[in-house]
Every structure is written in C-alpha cells, then in structure tokens.
Design a binder for this molecule. Structure first.
Ligand code: GTP
Length: 597
C-alpha cells in the first residue's frame, strides 16, 4: 500500500459512549468480521471487559475500504476506555494522524471527552466529532453540537450524527476518515522505526507487540533492537491485524501490525518504546514513560495450600500486563503472599476479577495504599539508603518522625465536568476531602488537586461522577502530615495491622479498625483491650469482655466420644488462631480488618 492510501486513526470517547459498538460496525462494513451477532463486541476480548463494558486492553484492526474508486488501508487503533489507562491512550494516539471523537447524543460532553480531546489536540491530530446514539428517544444532537462548538471550537457542520447500534450513517464516518485524516508522514526510504503501542503474551510464541511503522520496512529474520532496553531480537513473524493476526512477508512505513521477535516477557516490549534495526540505529520516539504503579495492595491465598496455584495465576496474568509490579510479601496473619502495584483502583479490581474468573483463584486482597515518600534528615540513614528520599509501599517500613524532615503523598489533578446544579455539592465534597482547586474554568470545567485515592472512594456516594465525569492525571507529590498507627491487643502491637494514615484521619480510621476487631475476635477467659495508638498515645479503644466458651455445655449425658470430638474440634479451631501476647486472634479477624471493604 502506498503511504498516501493509509489512514491511521483511533476512536476516543467517554466511557459507554459507544466506542466499541462503532468499532464493530466499522469492522463489519469493511468485511473484517461477519455481520452476525450485532451485540457482540469483537474488539473487547476479555471476559471482564464484556461484563464491565469497558475496554482494558487495546485491540487493533486493519480495514480495507474503497472510496473514490481507490483502495485504502484504514488502521483502527482501539484505546482503553478508563482513566487508569490514560498513558496507553496517549501512546495509541501518537500512532495516529486522526481520531473519531465520540459523544453520546443524550449525555453530551463528559470529563473523559475533554481529556481525550486535549490528548488528540496536543498531538495535532485531525479530530472528527461523531455524535452517537441519535436513535435514543431523548437524544439531543442539536445541543451536543452546540457544546462541541463552544467547548472545542469545532464548527458544528463537522459533526457526524450516527447510531452505531443501528448502523445509521456509519458509512459517512468511513468516508470522513479517508477525506479528513491525513496519511501518515512515514517515509519508506528511512531506516526502520516503529512505535510499540501495545503488547500481549502468547504461550506458544512469546510476546506479540503491536507496532506502528514511522519509517522504513521490516521483514522476517531482521535483527531488531528495543531502544529502551537496548536488547536485540530476531523477527520470527509479522503481519497485519484484521483483527486476528494475518502473517505477511513485510511491514512497511505507515502500516500498523504485529511483530513476534522472541521476547519472553511483556516488560521487554513496553508501551511507548521504539524498535529499530540493529545495524541502523535511530533516535527513539518521544514520550516514553515506564508504567508506574500508584496503588499497592497485598494479595494472599485464602488458604496457604492454595499458594502455588495462586502464584502461577498471578504469573500468567502479569505476563500479559507489564504495568503490574509484583513483590513477594508475607504476613504473620495471612501467610505468604504478594504486594502488587497497579496503575489505579480500577486496574486493581480488573486484575483481581481476572484472577478469580480466568484462573479460579480465591484471594484475600488487602486495603490498597498509595506509595508515600519520606525525606530523610538523618545523615546515617541517607548514607544507608543511598539517597535522601525513600518510597514507602509497606507500613512496616515507615520511618520514624525523628529521622524524617518531611513526608510526601501522591496527588492527582482531577477534572470533573458537571452541570451547574451540582457544582456546590462537589465543591463541599472537595473541601471535606482536602482537595485544593485553582478555580472554575469556562464551560464548568474545573481542575483541582486532590488525593485521588480518598477522593475516589468518597465519590462512591455520588456515583454518577465516577461513571460519567471524572478524570485524573498524576500530578506528583505534596507534603503531608502522615503518621504510623499501631493496633494493640492488651498492649501488644499487632505488626500486620499497622497502617499509615493522615494525622487528621487517624482517629476515625483507628476507631473503625478497633470496632471491626471487637466484632471478630471471640471472647476469651480474660478481658481484651483493643487499642489504636500513635507512638505511645492511645487514640481509640474497644473492650472485649471476658467469657469462657464451654464447648461441653451442650453435652448433657456422659457420652465420652462426643466430648472428645468437640474438644478436638475446638483444638483445631485454635490452630488457625494467632497468639498476640495471650490473645488468640482468628484469621477471620485479620481478614475482616485488612480486607478491602
Ligand atoms: P468502553 O469500552 O468502556 O469505553 O465503552 P464504549 O465506549 O466502547 O461503549 P460501548 O460500545 O460498549 O457502548 C456502551 C453502551 O451503549 C452499550 O450498551 C451499547 O449497546 C450502547 N450503544 C452504543 N451505540 C449505541 C447507539 O447508537 N444507540 C444506542 N441506543 N445505544 C448504543
């Protein structure tokens, strides 16, 4: 295909505005897939994606389309549809020259529409506004067109009104892709240079990378290098994605396709990396950022006998997701497990759901935390750590106030798009959650700095926000009043229940942990004090009254075998207990306190 007959484009949209549905229609109309089940979304492959209706992993398809009597190659690069995956979206977009910006004809512009618009706008892409779901009874395409004109400064005449579900006007979209999006600026005579915008792992063939060729060509047997890792590989197979793999002899400048080159781990093919020929090095494409975990949680098997199974399940899943970090961890209460890092909360939930669904693993997931930082003041410690700044992902490693000059916590820049009537409500929520906001911008868009983690969970009470109009990007670190809180049972600290909290949230967190422990630790022969403490200061307390559970009370007669059985059962129950001082704590109590609610 000559470069001028190629179009590379993405569909960007707010969640649920119909990106996958439109993608399916485009595939059908160009014959890439059969017109069978109209509701089946081909590009969303994972089970969790179908269930949650969100795209997690990007899928890509090359389409052949005739227009003006000419054959065109249209490369549709699908992008994930959630805020946790904005880096993947930005990389997919950088492989394109244009985007279809979908807006729901009923809901209008939402926060992610704005965020995605800016990604495309900053990358100087052609933007085709598409108003979807015009078949809905309460669709108001007029209003949405005015919004698009006002917010994005795109003339309303450029908007295409469609129903992706019914296929109405979708042909116009295909024509617009050819007519309004420029061909890639890729030169076949340059050295081979390709952007990795996605990768996945295949058990038989290793890592399959999805690439966009910015220059030159590549064929089987070529020796290629990944710029970020400087590792060399031999190309075993390459081809187009339609959306299934179609092997070809070569890939040329401007094309989008897949390369298999003996990489064993997706971490070797990181999104945003550049591939080039071994003997023709090129400058790496800009914008590469290694994936960075922002939410950490412990994962443990329900029962230690399930450890090996869970380990291989986690290994298999991480083979396909280079952004998950895994560290072995162990807890006195929950046994051997792992501390995993994720891009965000949704990413973590999706991972957990896939573990359970695809690998049949039952896991205990602990309450997630964010990576805190501490600036050390002790010269000795600075020397030991090799730097002044340390990152803390585990409360057990939290350094004492005495050796620290400053604690820092991650913050995000959140964007909320809301009707005027909700602005007051959201602002008071922001105040409660200590979010700072520089002000309200035009068209009700306002940006603010906030603790995404805490903010996110509290937003659950205003669920419409999560679903419809919340977007965030990482915005570095800010000073925070952090403290380590211990939980004590009769004065003995319980190591695995130590947590890092904000000073002004310590009381409520401590109180809730004590209450949950009180509810799950059985009464014992003596009174138990359950306390939350900061250093030597007790900030919350619950008391479990003394009580002797007489297991023999139910046996009236003198049936000795029955008595023995009951005693044995009680002894077995005790084996699952952990002793803190003299207090017996069942595993359930730990799970109840540590587990994500
Ligand atoms: P993510 O993958 O999470 O980004 O969502 P999406 O943007 O891909 O949305 P999807 O295509 O899954 O569509 C969301 C819902 O809207 C589905 O229930 C679709 O059936 C429905 N939908 C999509 N297009 C139309 C349309 O033109 N009309 C109507 N009535 N419903 C539509």
């Amino acid at each position: 295909f000559p470069v001028d007959k190629i179009r590379n484009f993405s569909i960007i949209a707010h969640i649920d505005h119909g990106k996958s549905t439109l993608a399916d229609r485009l595939l059908e109309m160009t014959g890439a897939i059969a017109k069978t089940d109209k509701n089946k979304q081909v590009l969303d492959k994972l089970q969790v994606e179908r269930e949650r209706g969100i795209t997690v992993k990007a899928q890509t398809a090359s389409l052949f389309y005739s227009h003006h009597g000419q054959q065109y190659l249209l490369n549709l690069i699908d992008t994930p549809g959630h805020v946790d995956f904005s880096y993947e979206v930005s990389r997919s977009i950088s492989a394109c020259q244009g985007v279809l910006l979908i807006v729901d004809a009923n809901q209008g512009i939402q926060a992610q529409t704005v965020a995605n618009f800016y990604l495309a706008f900053e990358a100087q892409l052609a933007i085709i506004p598409v108003i979807n779901k015009i078949d809905l009874r309460n669709a108001d395409p007029e209003r949405v067109e005015s919004q698009i004109e006002k917010v994005f400064d795109i003339p309303r005449e450029e908007c295409i009104r469609i129903s992706a579900k019914l296929g109405t006007n979708v042909e116009t979209v295909l024509k617009a892709v050819v007519d309004r999006i420029p061909p890639p600026l890729a030169c076949p005579n340059d050295p081979f240079k390709a952007l990795v915008f996605d990768s996945c792992f295949d058990h038989y063939r290793g890592v399959v990378t999805n690439v966009a060729l910015f220059g030159g060509q590549v064929k089987k047997g070529d020796r290629i290098v990944s710029a970020h890792h400087s590792k060399t590989y031999e190309v075993n197979e390459l081809g187009l994605l339609r959306p299934d793999e179609h092997p070809t002899q070569r890939l040329y400048a401007g094309q989008v396709g897949y390369i298999i080159a003996g990489m064993k781990d997706v971490k070797e093919a990181q999104i945003g990396d550049t591939l080039h020929l071994q003997d023709q090095p090129v400058e790496a494409l800009p914008g590469f950022k290694p994936a960075k975990a922002m939410v950490f949680a412990g994962m443990y098997p329900m029962d230690q006998s399930e450890y090996p199974g869970l380990r291989s399940a986690i290994e298999r899943l991480t083979l396909n997701d280079s952004s998950v970090t895994v560290q072995r961890d162990s807890s006195l209460a929950l046994g051997a497990g792992w501390r995993l890092g994720f891009l965000g909360l949704l990413h973590m939930e999706v991972f957990n759901q896939r573990l359970e669904q695809e690998h049949n693993a039952s896991v205990i997931v602990t309450a997630p935390t964010v990576p805190y930082k501490a600036i050390l003041s002790s010269a000795k410690l600075i020397k030991e750590h090799g730097s002044e700044e340390i990152t803390i992902v585990n409360p057990a490693q939290f350094p004492d106030r005495g050796v620290v000059s400053e604690y820092l916590e991650p913050v995000v820049l959140g964007t909320i798009l809301t009707p005027d009537s909700y602005t007051g409500k959201i602002m008071s929520l922001c105040l409660v959650r200590e979010a700072r906001y520089p002000g309200i911008q035009a068209q009700n868009v306002f940006k603010e700095t906030l603790l995404f983690f805490i903010f996110f969970s509290s937003l659950k009470s205003l669920e419409f926000l999560i679903l419809h109009s919340f977007d965030y990007e990482n915005a570095g670190y800010q000073t925070a009043e952090l403290i380590k809180m211990d939980i004590l049972l009769n004065g003995n600290p319980v190591e695995e229940l130590a947590t890092v909290v904000h000073r002004n949230r310590a009381y409520s967190t401590g109180k809730s942990m004590c209450e949950r422990l009180k509810d799950t630790i059985p009464r014992q022969m003596f009174e138990i004090a359950v306390q939350a403490a900061i250093g030597s200061k007790i900030i919350a307390r619950e008391t479990i009254k003394a009580y002797r559970k007489n297991v023999l009370a139910k046996c009236y007669g003198g049936d000795i075998t029955r008595k023995m059985k009951l005693l044995k059962k009680q002894a077995e129950g005790k084996k699952k207990m952990r002793l803190i001082g003299r207090v017996e704590v069942p595993k359930d109590a730990f799970i109840n306190v540590l587990k994500r609610k």
